[in-house]
Design a protein around this ligand. Structure first.
Ligand SMILES: Cc1cc2nc3c(=O)[nH]c(=O)nc-3n(C[C@H](O)[C@H](O)[C@H](O)COP(=O)(O)O)c2cc1C
Length: 248
């Protein structure tokens, strides 16, 4: 069990360290590499609460011993606007996704749905690219922010998308209502039940990521793919090359 005692990873004024430190959280050994978590947000507003929420989540993940990367989607083209394989922002997003063992997706709710920007990012992540799978078998935590009362439309859509991308979405989730009330001038989240929920979700994400780490190859290994992949019968199960799929 290891909860990193960090002198000052990032200042965490809203976290009650008495409980965070005392929690028997992670089954990480000293030699285990930190879980690698990619965080995506869904708005380009200068003071975007979905970005501020994932920044807060990233600080917590680092506190729990993870490595984090935040993708800035501002340079992303629309799908098919340019040849996406040539676009540096698409390359960068895919590279981050391939690097990740787990992801956090946080969308604003707009008109009862995730934002187009959130969906664009997910649409730029293929199920397979050159035999590599940027999302399959990764853990996923879903979050949303909204301007109105608490709702779950965006997280429900993200959960559905997580299934489509064959990710292992954790049970807990975060929905921050009236997000404009929850962040201070410096962009830090005020102490609240919403903040505590984000702590819960990040703690759970790290746990699931560490627990599933030894099993991701077998969890993404499929009979139909082994059957369709020519010559794969001789290969070690779980290491068979990806085969074209008729349907998802
Ligand atoms: C076009 C539009 C539609 C919106 N629709 C909803 C909605 O359906 N429900 C809601 O609670 N808030 C809605 N909002 C408010 C946003 O969820 C809120 O401003 C949120 O903070 C935006 O995320 P951001 O700060 O990351 O940009 C809407 C805002 C806009 C601009």
């Amino acid at each position: 069990m290891r909860l990193r005692e960090i002198a000052d990873p990032d200042h965490l004024p809203a976290l009650d360290l008495r409980y965070a430190n005392a929690h028997p959280a992670l089954s990480l050994g000293a030699a285990d590499p930190p879980p690698r978590i990619l965080l995506l947000y869904g708005s380009l507003r200068e003071r975007s609460f979905s970005r501020l929420a994932v920044e807060e989540a990233a600080r917590l993940l680092r506190f729990f011993g993870a490595q984090t990367r935040l993708f800035n989607p501002s340079d992303l083209p629309l799908p098919d606007q340019v040849k996406s394989d040539d676009h540096p922002a698409v390359h960068e997003l895919r590279e981050h996704a391939l690097w990740s063992e787990g992801q956090v997706w946080c969308s604003p709710e707009r008109h009862g749905q995730i934002t187009g920007l959130m969906k664009v990012q997910i649409d730029h992540l293929p199920l397979e690219v050159g035999g590599m799978r940027p999302t399959q078998g990764r853990t996923l935590a879903v979050m949303q922010v909204s301007g109105g009362s608490q709702s779950f439309n965006a997280v429900n859509s993200l959960r559905l998308l997580g299934r489509w991308m064959r990710m292992l979405t954790i049970p807990n989730q975060s929905s921050v209502a009236k997000a404009f009330q929850e962040f201070d001038e410096a962009g830090r989240m005020r102490p609240s039940a919403y903040y505590d929920r984000i702590v819960d979700v990040m703690e759970e994400l790290v746990r699931f990521t560490v627990l599933l780490r030894p099993h991701t190859a077998v969890l993404t290994d499929r009979y139909s793919e082994r059957k369709n992949a020519k010559g794969s019968i001789e290969l070690v199960p779980g290491l068979a090359p990806a085969a074209p799929r008729a349907h998802r």
